[in-house]
Design a protein around this ligand. Structure first.
Ligand code: SF4
Length: 456
């Protein structure tokens, strides 16, 4: 039987889709090249923005029309939208066969079993729970086939309730993964030739493992810097040479975490530290629980501990009540930090969040104007930072063949910069060295690339 997945939203969804695909493959299912030809279509959804939900509803309408024309496919909606809307989704689109929220993922094998036992497209209703709230459980592996980089979820959910964000409502409270299970997944990734891992969580800095009473875990209590230290000891000298993590809420980034990163070169010299805004009034209205001064101090601490570290961020403009002065504060913070890149958005109210009820909505045209100011400044900074790096010799991980030129390899530095170089496909998945000799757009060009002895 065949499956086709469509994944929307964050890296957590990508990792969870990879874990669900493994379940399919372990049962002998094969991937289909297109949803139209598959026995099972699964949409792993995102609720963070209304536009993301609208896209999914559009895709559901397409698959529903195929089903109505007699195409025998079964339709599963998974992820945050499934968690948020539940069975309501089936009312909106009766062609949906199963709705599987983030915490009900363990029911996926039951869905597959049911599809295997029945005629294609004749998915029977299933009782997928006992009525109690299901509990999220981590998969044993998230490795996509043939990959040399992998996500490793270390926690799930979020307790922060930033006022604009739907995530705590759809993913539930924070749950940290047993370090023994994280280590076991990493061992498996090492055996399969993975070279780089990214630890994933909505807010990795608040990772906190406490062995439940009666648990057989060999670990008692462990916080995020403790976990980083443990992982550094486990991977250093092995095939996994680079470790990254996402996302790091600035309010929980501790001096110990910075120290552990600095002490262990296995942690890439790049950090994504979402600031969201540069004005204290707006940060407070967003319930971010740090100030611009605290953020700037953190940046200074990171740069003192790891000279040359690159920073990226998220910036949200046009939040209710934002004044021209607030925007100036954001531009000023950007000027002080100089981010390598930013994910920049303008605010759109999200039903069910605290900010949705806030007065002082900003006019759409003004929001777009403010966003374009932020984007223009970011482009200037990215360009300046990249130009300053020209001539540098760097270790890179070769990721693949350039889409524009089949004779060119695409690589990434540990600072999360892209570099292209002429080279053979046999280098893909290896560490190599090159000199950043010119720039085209935001991608470096190198004249030559050399496999790094002992680093491949
Ligand atoms: S930290 Fe804030 S923005 Fe991030 S997932 Fe949690 S509530 Fe959302």
């Amino acid at each position: 039987m065949t499956y086709f997945f469509e994944t929307y939203g964050c890296q957590m969804n990508s990792a969870e889709s990879a874990a669900l695909e493994l379940v399919c493959r372990e049962r002998g299912w094969t991937a289909s090249a297109a949803g139209e030809d598959a026995d099972l279509v699964l949409l792993n959804t995102c609720s963070v923005r209304e536009t993301a939900e609208k896209r999914v509803l559009g895709r559901l309408a397409l698959y529903a029309s195929l089903k109505k024309k007699g195409r025998p496919l079964s339709l599963v909606v998974a992820g945050c939208m499934a968690e948020r809307l539940g069975e309501e989704l089936k009312k909106r689109c009766p062609e949906v066969d199963y709705v599987m929220g983030t915490s009900a993922r363990s029911t996926f094998p039951l869905i597959l079993e049911s599809l295997e036992k029945n005629l294609p497209g004749k998915a029977p209703p299933l009782s997928l729970g006992t009525g109690e709230k299901p509990v999220f459980s981590f998969s044993s592996s998230h490795l996509e086939e043939g990959r040399f980089r992998s996500f490793v979820p270390i926690m799930h959910g979020c307790n922060n309730f930033c006022s604009y964000c739907i995530v705590p409502y759809v993913r539930g409270p924070e749950l940290s993964r047993d370090p023994a299970s994280i280590l076991a997944e990493i061992r498996l990734l090492e055996e399969r030739g993975v070279r780089e891992i990214t630890l994933l969580g909505q807010n990795v800095n608040s990772y906190r493992w406490e062995a439940p009473p009666g648990s057989s875990s060999r670990f008692g209590a462990l916080d995020f810097p403790g976990l980083l230290e443990l992982l550094a000891g486990a991977v250093e000298g092995g095939p996994i040479r680079w470790v990254r993590f996402l996302s790091a809420n600035p309010k929980d980034l501790s001096p110990r975490t910075i120290r552990v990163m600095a002490e262990h070169p296995v942690f890439c010299r790049h950090i994504h530290l979402p600031v969201q805004h540069g004005s204290n009034a707006i940060l407070a209205a967003m319930n971010r629980r740090y100030t611009r001064e605290r953020y700037l101090d953190l940046v200074a601490e990171l740069r003192a501990a790891m000279p040359g570290i690159s920073l990226s961020t998220d910036i949200l403009v046009g939040f209710p009540g934002e004044t021209g002065e607030d925007l100036e504060e954001t531009l000023d913070l950007m000027e002080k930090v100089k981010f390598l890149y930013s994910y920049m958005y303008h605010y759109n109210p999200r039903e069910g969040t605290a900010a949705c009820r806030l007065p002082g909505r900003i006019d759409e045209k003004l929001k777009r104007e403010r966003l374009s100011q932020v984007i223009a400044l970011q482009k200037k900074h990215s360009r300046e930072l990249l130009q300053n790096r020209l001539g540098s010799r760097d270790l890179v991980l070769v990721e693949g063949i350039s889409r524009k030129n089949a004779d060119e390899l695409i690589t990434r530095t540990e600072r999360d910069e892209m570099a292209a170089a002429p080279g053979k496909a046999s280098l893909i998945g290896n560490f190599a060295e090159l000199t950043l000799s010119s720039l085209r757009g935001n991608t470096f060009r190198a004249k030559e690339i050399h496999l790094c002895p002992g680093a491949s």
